[in-house]
Write a protein that binds this ligand. Structure first.
Ligand SMILES: Cc1ncc(CN)c(N)n1
Length: 233
């Protein structure tokens, strides 16, 4: 019989379920094969540059909620610019605004961190940190094709990133051990972040959307009042 508190195994089941779907997305597979359009990479990097900046601020807030013994000694921030460069974005990405799915993910993280409960905050942030560490390890194991985005994979399998993954997992494990019966839906918070991670990657390689944006961009050259909602061109 369980004691009503959340278990590590419950987290592992959630992680396995979502990671399987994440690995199957065309964007993740495109990183391995090199089959990603410029539009997809620009779109992803624009979204992620916005996301990472906000994530780092929320991680810094979470750090203040942790007992001092659990705080990370290494620098908290890593802007992931090298990972973005690894996807070879064009200058156009600077003109792409944050999309609703990105803002919805950040709103979930923000609302959770504002609860002020360190375990809830860490569980909301964990899918972000751990999923990319795992994605990159799996891609490296599968073997990145000659035209694939090896620098992106190298960034996330690198020691600096993997040590952040290890710290995040170990901190959650410690907080779980100390946790009392709670009214907060910890598993739900963690699963919701994973759902957002999947959507984020699905949106990055949405062929239909990319076609629409291209069509709109072409239109905007001739009819300036119609603008692409993403590029603002
Ligand atoms: C959306 C998202 N999730 C995770 C990561 C890896 N920190 C990222 N850069 N962006």
């Amino acid at each position: 019989m369980g004691d009503g508190r959340m278990k590590q195994t419950e987290l592992e089941q959630i992680q396995t379920k979502w990671l399987t779907e994440i690995m199957a997305t065309p964007f993740v597979q495109g990183i391995r094969t090199g089959d990603l359009s410029q539009a997809s990479r620009d779109y992803y990097v624009a979204q992620d540059a916005h996301y990472v900046g906000h994530f780092e601020a929320l991680l810094a807030q979470t750090m203040q909620q942790l007992p001092p013994t659990l705080r990370r000694r290494a620098a908290v921030t890593a802007d992931e610019a090298d990972a973005h460069l690894g996807l070879q974005p064009s200058e156009r990405y600077h003109q792409i605004d944050p999309a609703p799915h990105n803002l919805a993910y950040l709103a979930h993280l923000d609302q959770t961190v504002q609860l002020g409960d360190p375990l809830a905050s860490m569980l909301a942030l964990l899918p972000c940190t751990e999923s990319y560490g795992l994605i990159a390890q799996k891609l490296a194991q599968a073997g990145v094709a000659p035209g694939g985005y090896t620098d992106w994979v190298a960034y996330y399998v690198g020691d600096a990133y993997q040590s952040a993954v290890t710290w995040s997992g170990a901190t959650v494990a410690q907080l779980l051990q100390q946790s009392q019966l709670a009214t907060i839906d910890y598993a739900g918070i963690y699963a919701t972040s994973y759902q957002h991670e999947l959507t984020f990657l699905q949106m990055a390689e949405n062929q239909l959307l990319n076609k629409i944006f291209h069509a709109t961009i072409k239109l905007s050259c001739e009819v300036p009042v119609r603008r692409c909602l993403i590029c603002r061109l």
